[in-house]
Design a binder for this molecule. Structure first.
Ligand code: 5GP
Ligand code: MG
Length: 177
């Protein structure tokens, strides 16, 4: 495993992104919606940097990688939203924008609930992997196409608790074909 971003580097990138988000919303009330599970560490750090009137909500998206590193069917559950987002500015928070399919499928489902706007912020953007026409509105870092873990991201339920971001070496990834 090799370190890709240290704790300090993660902190700097997230502060920079928080600054862009604050500038964009100009003190307006915001509903932050974290996409579980990978975004929880980012969510916890980011909300403490946003001095806006905030509500925090969660949705669940499980794409794949339950058993490995390859995409599979995508399951989205927005029933966890407890408060109405009608008439609210919504910012979706996810760990990583890879193929983009998660946000691409989630955004229309959120749109149906009548928010004023829906934008997205991600910790990591694997540029060049996108299979959709959208881009995240805010991204703290762009990274190369490697399978990464730590700071909320797992491999087979491990490593979410690493305080830094690491890329797995090919020999650390079991063949999950
Ligand atoms: P997308 O739908 O954009 O292809 O993928 C988004 C989801 O795939 C992320 O929220 C994350 O759960 C998972 N994912 C994509 N790339 C990686 C990676 O390099 N490491 C880990 N741990 N998960 C990833
Ligand atoms: Mg995810």
């Amino acid at each position: 495993m090799k370190t890709l971003l240290t704790e300090e580097q993660l902190g700097e990138g997230i502060r920079r992104m928080a600054g862009e988000i604050k500038k964009h919303y100009q003190g307006r009330p915001l509903t932050i919606v974290g996409v579980m599970i990978g975004s929880i560490v980012l969510l916890a750090d980011l909300i403490r940097l946003l001095d806006l009137p905030l509500r925090v909500e969660l949705v669940q998206a499980r794409s794949y990688r339950a058993g490995g590193t390859r995409p599979g069917p995508l399951a989205i559950n927005v029933d966890l939203l407890s408060e109405s987002i009608q008439g609210r500015d919504v910012l979706l928070i996810d760990d990583i924008f890879d193929t983009g399919r998660t946000l691409w499928e989630l955004i229309p489902q959120i749109d149906e609930l009548g928010p004023t706007s829906v934008r997205s912020a991600v910790l990591l953007w694997k540029e060049g992997r996108s299979e959709v026409t959208m881009k995240p509105d805010f991204a703290a870092f762009t990274i190369p196409n490697e399978f990464v873990v730590g700071y909320g991201l797992d491999y087979r339920d491990q490593y979410r608790n690493l305080p830094y971001l690491a890329a797995l070496e090919p020999h650390e990834i079991e063949d999950d074909a």
